[in-house]
Structures are given as structure tokens and as C-alpha cells.
Design a protein around this ligand. Sequence first.
Ligand code: SF4
Ligand code: SF4
Length: 410
Amino acid sequence: MKMKANYNCLDVLKKPGPPVIIAAAVREVEAIIKACLDSGIVISALCDSEKRKSEKKICGLEVVHTPSLPERFPNARIIIAYHDIQKCLDPLFELGYNEFYSPLQILENYEINNHNYQISNLFMKEKIEVNKKSHRFYFDGDKTYMRSLDVMVTTKCSLKCRNCSNLMQYYTDAKNTDHQEILQALDKLYKNVDHISEFRVIGGEPLMNKGWADVVNDISKNNPTAKIFVYTNGTIAPKDDQLESFDKKKVNFTITDYGKLSKNIEKMIEKLDYFNITYNRSPPENWVDCSRIHQHNRTPSKLKEVFKECCSTQLYTLLNGRLYTCPFIANAYTLKAVPNNQADYIELLNETNNLKIKLKNFIKGRQFFPACDFCDGRPYDPSSSVGYDGRGMIEGGEQVSKPIPYKIYS
Ligand code: SF4
Ligand code: SF4
């Protein structure tokens, strides 16, 4: 029986007792801290499994690196701010804590606009809405929920980053994904998953697929309340009629600025401004080494550890009619860089029986996937070697002149 978080927390956390700690230092934590203060709950500190997050205070509160939490606070009542409650709770339980709360009740009547944050109030509102939705589904065990779905519209990319976590550097015959196939697979997901909060249209470079905007519009038509993010490297300027078609839709751009390589970034931004489409532009930073494909022959307990430490276990990825748990496995399969094992994916196009149950088990029940044995891991804390065989933080954006060779499985 798993340790679970409690919903009712307002009265109990206001009472004197062990210090109240918030896990983890996510974007929306500022609002959760302020909601606690408004409710009369005193927070002693935050904790986060990423060591670098302990370098800065948040709202004047210290962020303790989670492995050191028992030294600082041997007893604590812990509010889980992370969207995936169980993923955050399990390692804390292993550290000896046994009192956990969701902030849902605290946030029920919280007025976001009564406070200011490091991020805009609009962005905070969206983060809190998604967080609340994830936590509501946690308490409703029968339903299946995806916080986000990566829809891969192509494996072509206009850049070839040596350490691309989506494995573009290995492709010798990258292809666009068939539009109808994407729509059919999405339709299966709409019918069998209770809610998807966010869609991320990705590649490679999604704009390499001329039909990318049609996919965005189809997703928007079927999910008018969901946010859609187009992840781009700024090498290709979108067409005016494509951007115009997103009018009044929840479409946003996330642009990685590779400097001179992002040769059309200014043109792209000019157009996004003109068509009033929101975007975020940032350099290729915080890259973690996680793109090597190599069999480790790990034991099941070691695989569980890699999976437990991994920050990408719910980066659900749709590629060529299959649902995978992360882009690494999705692309490793498309590259035939791992041996076929049906436990690694859900076949959406040919599957007719028990799809709802299969998806529920896929989303809720996994402790690792066989293909994780071919991955170095993608940990929350890349400075630790627990559940991780990579090199830690690396420079982003370095290019290769030709595809990197790898072992192909027939
Ligand atoms: S721009 Fe670089 S990191 Fe992004 S998908 Fe292309 S190769 Fe990968
Ligand atoms: S450890 Fe597994 S889930 Fe995590 S990125 Fe690697 S293959 Fe994906």
C-alpha cells in the first residue's frame, strides 16, 4: 500500500506541530507560499531534489536540497507543490517522512491577482490551474490524466545538436509524420484519456513539416481549453496565414535562441508580435547529458532507481501512431536503436481492445520501461550519480556535421 497525500490540510497545518516544508521549488510555488501565508500557515523552508535550486531563496525561504532535509528538519509536515504528487512523495517517504498534503484546499479560494510573482500573473494563473487539475486527478484514482502530450510532427530538424535529448543527431532518414495518422492517434487518446492539459507540438523542428499549423489547428479545435506550445529553434519563419489561423486560440511559441544558428528568429518574433501570439525566447541552457544510446544491462532494481530519479517519465510522446512515456524511447524506437518490446509503448492505431485500461496502466502503473536500460537517465539532480550514468550539465547547442552512428536492432 502506497503512502498517500492528504487533501484536508487547512486546519491541521495551522495548528502547532512539526515544521511545514513545501516540496518542490516549481514555478507555481510562489503562489502556494502566498496562499499558505494568507491562510495562516507558517512555512519553515522549501526542499527540492535539484541541488542548484538550493542556491537561491524563494519568497525569503531557504530551499534545502532534499537529501539533506532530514539533517535540517528531522520531523516535518510536507506540502507537495509538484504536479505529480506520488513522484515527489515517494522519495520523501523513503527519507522517513510520513505526513504529506496537497495544497489543493489552500488554493481553493486563493486570489492570484492579489499578489505579484517573478512570473506574470497570467502565467501563474495557468501554472496553478494545471497544478490543481493534476492534484484533483490524483484524488480521483479512476481517471487518467496527462499534464502534457508531446506531438512529434517530424523527426527532421534544421539543426543537428550533438546532445539533442530527442536524438535528432542520430537520424539519417528523418521524416515528417503523416497528418492523418497523427489525427487518428490523437482521436484514440481523446476517447480514452480523461484529460490532457497541454499539447506540445515538437520535432525535430516542427516547422520543417509544412502541415504543422494544420496539426495545431486540429488540436485546438478538439481541445479549445488546452494550451498548445510550438517548440521551435528559430530557423524557419512561419507564414502569415499560418499565424493568422491561430487567432483567439491558446497557441504559444517556445523559442530556443541558438544565436547565429537561429537565423530567422527576429523575423519569427516580429510576426508573432504582429499576430499577437505569446512566446518565450530563451538560450539553450540547463542542458543535461542524456542522449547517449547504450545498453547498460541494469538489474530491475537499478532500472527502478533510474526511473524514479528521471524528470521525463511523464513527457508522453506521440510518434508514428504510438504513445511512449518520453521522447528518448519514442525516438530510440523510430531509430531502431533498441530491441522491440511491446511493454515500451501503446499502439494507438491498431489497438481496439481494452485501450482505456491499457492507457491507465501505462500512465499510472509503471516502475520503469525496458528501453530505460538504453538510456543514461535524465535526473532531476544531474550533479548526483544516483540513477544516472551521464556527464551532468553540459553546454547546449553544439552541432555535428553528420549523423552519429549507433547500433541498429533488426
Ligand atoms: S534544435 Fe537541436 S535540440 Fe532542438 S530538436 Fe533540433 S537538434 Fe534537437
Ligand atoms: S530513464 Fe527512461 S523514462 Fe527517463 S528519459 Fe530515460 S528512457 Fe525515458
